[in-house]
Design a protein around this ligand. Sequence first.
Ligand SMILES: [Zn+2]
Length: 338
Amino acid sequence: MGWRSASFGESEIYLGYEAHVVTDIPGRGHMQVPHVARALDLEPAGSHRGAAGLVALDRAGDLPAPREVLCDRAYNYTHPATFSLPLLERGCILIVDLHPNQLGVHPGPVPGTMWIDGTLYTTCIPPGLVEVTPITRDMTSEQRERAQQQRRQRQPYAFVPHGARRWDGARRYRGPGISGSVRSPHAPKSMRQGYEVPTVHCDQLGPGHECGCAKTVTLHDEDFPNIRMPFQHGSSKWFASYHRRVGIESVFGDLKTNRLHVRRGYFRIFGLTGHRLLLGFALAAMNLMILRDWYRERDHIDPWGVLLGEQIPEIPRRPRASRVRGGRPRPKTTPRKP
Ligand SMILES: [Zn+2]
């Protein structure tokens, strides 16, 4: 028995299996690719989703190997050791949505720093920007715009990555005074910038207080691996990146409605092994259909046709719209108006 969190109302409970499918999504600014099912793991409903997602990703192979992983909350709202940490160790970057329980403020790795919603900030951040409006599914476009505006105002106070991730999972991050996104008295060079850059008053904190504005910190994979992202959760950058998850929705749309009609009773077999095998064949067949259409739209033969030495098929001309409208040609006996 498994459950699906509903957008509105109660969670939905069902009996059966859960298919964990991987598809390719291009990076921003890269050419489009067909969304085919790259890998599958089928598990009994209610199994650990992080563990199953990891199996599916490992099966995706090296053609090319995944570099960024976009997944829904079911995967990253798990213990880090089961999903996010192994992915970081494989060199992947996670781009995820955060569960309301994962939002919040935590002390940072060195004095003068703090984590807010998975991003590291200096403690000189204005108090009004610490807790901002959370992003929810049912907010209006005006509320969302306002929430993003708060995140844009918060961005200058964040630590930014400096250099690539090292083999042991360590990565250096520069404080906002060093990176120059704020003017901080602790980083004299930053004070030479114009007043359009926000100014922090670290020197007025009083004795015993310190801030992270002019610090460089080293973060490790173990530092909040299931919520840490290259950009703030809910920012416009995050939206642009996480929105690419529609690629997998397209695969499931093809599987359930657009190409195949996989639903209850589609496989007339019992047992996990049988379902794994048959769903594997169904996905492979669907991939062939997707690839054929993808290449045909571009006047090419799909890779399967190339292998078999086929010619580009003649595409029949579409019938006139008036004949299609009624689903069948108009009978000849229809009286015409003079
Ligand atoms: Zn400061």
